[in-house]
Design a protein around this ligand. Structure first.
Ligand SMILES: NC(=O)c1ccc[n+]([C@@H]2O[C@H](COP(=O)([O-])OP(=O)(O)OC[C@H]3O[C@@H](n4cnc5c(N)ncnc54)[C@H](O)[C@@H]3O)[C@@H](O)[C@H]2O)c1
Length: 255
């Protein structure tokens, strides 16, 4: 597939995990990619495998000026911007509010996972191709049901209605805005919890996700194949939201 030939995509959180898979997928489909991340050393390693049409820019989602500088650097290097994918985010490991979490913990988590993506769209929207531009925000199943992590989950849930508002505002210009909400995905965030596979029994499809599973959905929503889809949250989650039957069956089996 060559859905992004001649197009430019900026991806935050592109150094590691899901974001790295997204830039690999978009580049494989012909995009010039901008890897925007706080970890520029790792982003350079990811970019090295992508060829000359990959640009690394420093970007801290929690700093408005940094986000704006990253977008400006992308536009001045490539002269256009067709897709923006916000992948950067994370649970930050703070305790939940009922377990002693502070207002500062809450604010930091919401700043990274909700305000940060809004900063990215605010900076990028004026530059997006009209018509045909696309925004994809990476949320989480935590924003759709109770999986723990209250501040993180509330922030990820907020992306759904943020996308709807942006979809309505940008729709008349031919710019689409959608969310991909992953279930458990095999990335480094699970390393200190013994890896993600212990959660596989919750999943009707019998396994956790791989970064490439999420990248495929992001690429679809960023492409013209999704030309009439905007304002939606697409769960990409191996069926975990379908219901508790997989876990109940395994409980009954004693597995
Ligand atoms: N891994 C999962 O199971 C899972 C499940 C659902 C949703 N998600 C979401 O997917 C996204 C990517 O997660 P991942 O598992 O690939 O994590 P990861 O830690 O491997 O990658 C996150 C990337 O974001 C970058 N980043 C962190 N803070 C940043 C900041 N302030 N500004 C710019 N970049 C920053 C990191 O350097 C890193 O490259 C996150 O938004 C996460 O909440 C992950």
């Amino acid at each position: 597939m060559d859905r992004f030939a001649g197009r430019v995509a900026l991806v935050t959180g592109a150094a590691h995990g899901i974001g790295a898979a997204v830039v690999r997928r978009l580049a494989a489909e012909g995009a010039s990619v901008v890897l925007a991340d706080v970890d520029t050393a790792a982003a350079e390693q990811t970019a090295a495998a992508l060829g000359p049409e990959a640009l690394v820019v420093p970007c801290d989602l929690t700093d408005r000026a940094s986000v704006e500088a990253a977008v400006d650097a992308a536009v001045s290097r490539f002269g256009r911007l067709d897709a923006v994918v916000n992948v950067a985010g994370g649970a930050l490991g703070h305790p939940d509010q009922l377990d002693g979490g502070t207002d500062a913990d809450w604010a930091a988590t919401v700043d990274l996972n909700l305000t940060g993506p809004a900063r990215v769209v605010r900076a990028a929207a004026p530059h997006l191709t009209r018509p045909g531009g696309a925004v994809v925000l990476v949320g989480s199943v935590n924003g759709l049901a109770a999986f723990g992590g209250d501040a993180y989950s509330a922030a990820k849930a907020g992306l759904g209605v943020l996308a709807k508002n942006l979809a309505v505002r940008l729709g008349p210009d031919g710019v689409r805005v959608n969310v991909v909400a992953p279930g458990t995905v095999r990335t480094r965030v699970w390393d200190d919890q013994g890896g993600p596979d212990r959660l596989a029994p919750m999943y009707p499809l019998g396994r956790v996700g791989e970064p490439a599973d999420i990248a495929a959905a992001v690429a679809f929503l960023a492409s013209d194949d999704a030309a009439w889809i905007t304002g939606v949250t697409l769960p990409v989650e191996g069926g975990v939201l379908a219901g508790p039957l997989a876990a109940l069956d395994r409980l009954a089996d004693g597995t």
